[in-house]
Design a protein. Sequence first.
Length: 72
Amino acid sequence: STRVCRIRIIGMACTSCSSDVESVLKVIPGVQRARVALATEEAEVQCDYNLLSCNDILQAIYDTGFEAIIIN
Ligand code: 9UX
């Protein structure tokens, strides 16, 4: 089944990093759609819940060096 995870990302200051995070999320197996908005500090990630959970997305964001929390 498909889920949309909404995640607040803390500490992004420019589009260089928001684009990097978005690119990282997009290539994770099971991620169907990913959008990182710098202005709202939010990521919206649609994923196949059979393959991964919102916590996996959170972990992938941590791995890019940013703090993040699930907001939905
Ligand atoms: Mo932009 Mo990323 O100032 O560490 S390069 S947020």
